[in-house]
Design a protein around this ligand. Structure first.
Ligand SMILES: [Zn+2]
Length: 64
């Protein structure tokens, strides 16, 4: 896994803009910037990000 998945956007002097990413239901996921957004969002299922009707009745996985 890329270390960008653990990027500390606020502490990177190269990053002058970062934002909070939310899933399709408006649930906060993580802070991202243009450097790490792909790496971080790759940890989430696509339907969680794009489909507000995604099923949440399956076991929640801790994916760290
Ligand atoms: Zn970042």
């Amino acid at each position: 896994m890329s270390e960008l998945a653990y990027h500390m956007c606020n502490q990177d002097p190269d990053v002058d803009y970062s934002w909070e990413e939310y899933d399709a239901r408006g649930i906060y996921l993580c802070r991202v910037c243009t450097k790490c957004v792909k790496a971080k969002l790759a940890n989430y299922r696509p339907e969680v990000l794009n489909d507000s009707n995604y099923l949440a009745d399956e076991p929640i996985e801790e994916d760290i």
